[in-house]
Design a protein around this ligand. Structure first.
Ligand SMILES: C[S@@+](CC[C@H](N)C(=O)[O-])C[C@H]1O[C@@H](n2cnc3c(N)ncnc32)[C@H](O)[C@@H]1O
Length: 217
């Protein structure tokens, strides 16, 4: 059993997505979420979320909840209900234990039945849904992801995609989204763009990072 979290996500260039096993067995914090939640890229993501002051905010694929907790700490700025959802029950248990007072739930965001139940349990759709570092893991069922997003986002609500691109080529997902421009254009065909920024940060090896905020049409 590997202790390297990466072995549970991709093997031989193929997506395996064993997230629950990863959160149980990894020897280090997967993707160093505890550290990256404090990096400039997350400060920028937080500033963008704050700008829209969502009454009801949901982070998809929230993992251990470090970034969700940063959003929750902004409640005095007008952000209301804050929740995070992840496919891994272990990640959700750990997030609950570390960040009190935030709603964390386990659900597969590619499963419409689970999303329906989640919406019922959490009091309905959200004014902002954040997909932060999630895109490479939902590519096998992108149409279902888009359809579930439509359920999760309230009329007039926002989708925020915050996504870094890999530093090596070829990478898994390059066929669908070779760069940030293509990913942004894809979301713009479903949502009305309110904000877009493609940044490069030496801390991240000067890789592209997309911020796309679109309003539900
Ligand atoms: C790279 S981590 C990002 C964690 C956090 N959003 C951040 O930026 O630090 C991706 C997360 O997505 C979760 N995930 C992957 N597929 C998912 C799915 N179908 N439904 C819900 N969560 C999923 C994984 O368990 C993992 O915690």
């Amino acid at each position: 059993m590997s202790s390297d979290y990466r072995d549970y996500v991709f093997r031989d260039g193929r997506f395996v997505g064993l997230f629950e096993e990863m959160y149980r067995n990894a020897g280090e914090v997967p993707w160093h979420q505890d550290e990256t939640a404090r990096w400039l890229l997350s400060d920028i993501t937080l500033a963008i979320v704050r700008n829209f002051r969502p009454g009801r905010f949901l982070e998809l694929g929230c993992g251990l909840g470090y970034f969700t907790a940063r959003v929750n700490a902004e409640k005095s700025t007008g952000i209301g209900f804050v929740a995070g959802v992840d496919i891994s029950a272990t990640a959700i248990d750990k997030a609950r234990a570390m960040h009190a007072g935030i709603t964390f739930a386990r659900a597969n965001i590619l499963d419409s039945g689970e999303i329906g139940a989640l919406l019922k349990n959490l009091g309905g759709p959200f004014n902002m849904v954040l997909s932060k570092e999630l895109m490479w893991y939902i590519l096998d069922d992108l149409p279902q992801f888009m359809s579930n997003l439509a359920m999760l986002i309230a009329p007039g609500g926002m989708l925020y995609v915050s996504q870094t691109f890999p530093d090596s080529t070829p990478f898994y997902g390059i066929d669908r989204f070779p760069n940030a421009r293509v990913m942004s254009d894809y979301f713009e065909s479903y949502f009305s763009r309110q904000y877009e920024c493609i940044e490069r940060d030496a801390q991240l090896g000067n890789r592209e990072m997309l911020h796309f905020v679109g309003k539900k049409l």
